[in-house]
Design a protein around this ligand. Structure first.
Ligand code: SF4
Length: 43
């Protein structure tokens, strides 16, 4: 499956700069391991 990073970035609400930005699969896994939610899923 092709990475949709550029498309994902259009909908990303995270203001932080990290290497996972736009790579939602890595972002979700990272926050799951930390026990937190990705920025886009927080209220
Ligand atoms: S939500 Fe967290 S992991 Fe995802 S792009 Fe923002 S700082 Fe990075």
């Amino acid at each position: 499956m092709e990475c949709k990073k550029e498309e994902n970035l259009k909908n990303c609400t995270c203001k932080g700069e990290c290497e996972r930005k736009g790579k939602c699969c890595e972002c979700v896994l990272h926050h799951k391991q930390k026990g937190s939610l990705p920025v886009c899923l927080r209220k």
